[in-house]
Design a protein around this ligand. Structure first.
Ligand code: HEC
Length: 156
């Protein structure tokens, strides 16, 4: 059971590490008056923390509980900060990959955001001390990324 969970987590993590990398090549200057630039930067930080977590689960980066807990706290901080950054009628930004479903299905998007906040809060509160504990909470948390992106992100 533990073994198959690790394989699943590593497969998920590998996909995430790729998307985290893709984001980091395209830095967008944060402008306090433009929520689009803020959310892109927050997502990139979430991507970096996720890439680090995935690296530890693939044994590419040595596991360290404080590093793991800091990565979870970074993802949680991002989740908490993101919720207010998708106002209707924000100026079109060609760099944004936010999908129209965010505004046509706001209730669904808010539900996905609330789950991301809840799962990342629980992961942080669990304060995993071993790689097995970390893997369990991270796998649960990482399911949020793909689920939300599938419905609420577009390709540019
Ligand atoms: C509730 C929805 C939701 C969840 C959960 C979510 N994302 Fe996102 N993510 C988005 C949206 C929407 C965008 C596009 C934002 C924009 O460009 O305006 C995005 C964009 C990104 C980007 C691209 C940033 C860039 O450079 O343009 C990365 C990387 C990313 N997310 C990583 C993650 C990771 C890793 C997780 C899980 C730990 C995650 N996201 C969870 C909705 C979500």
């Amino acid at each position: 059971m533990k073994y198959s969970m690790r394989i699943l987590a590593v497969a998920t993590a590998a996909t995430l590490a790729v998307s985290a990398n893709a984001g980091s090549h395209n830095l967008v200057t944060a402008d306090v008056n433009d929520p689009v630039t803020l959310r892109i930067n927050i997502m990139q930080n979430i991507g970096a923390a996720t890439g680090l977590s995935a690296g530890m689960l693939k044994w590419e980066v040595p596991f360290d509980p404080i590093t793991a807990q800091t990565a979870l706290a970074t993802i949680n901080t991002g989740a908490l900060a993101l919720a207010g950054l998708f106002p209707a009628g924000a100026a079109e930004n060609m760099r944004s990959t936010a999908g129209p479903a965010i505004w046509s299905d706001t209730a669904g998007f808010n539900t996905a955001m609330a789950k991301f906040i809840a799962d990342s809060s629980a992961a942080k509160a669990a304060a995993p001390g071993t790689i097995d504990e970390f893997e369990a909470v991270f796998t649960e948390l990482a399911g949020n990324c793909k689920a939300c992106h599938k419905s609420y992100r577009i390709k540019r």
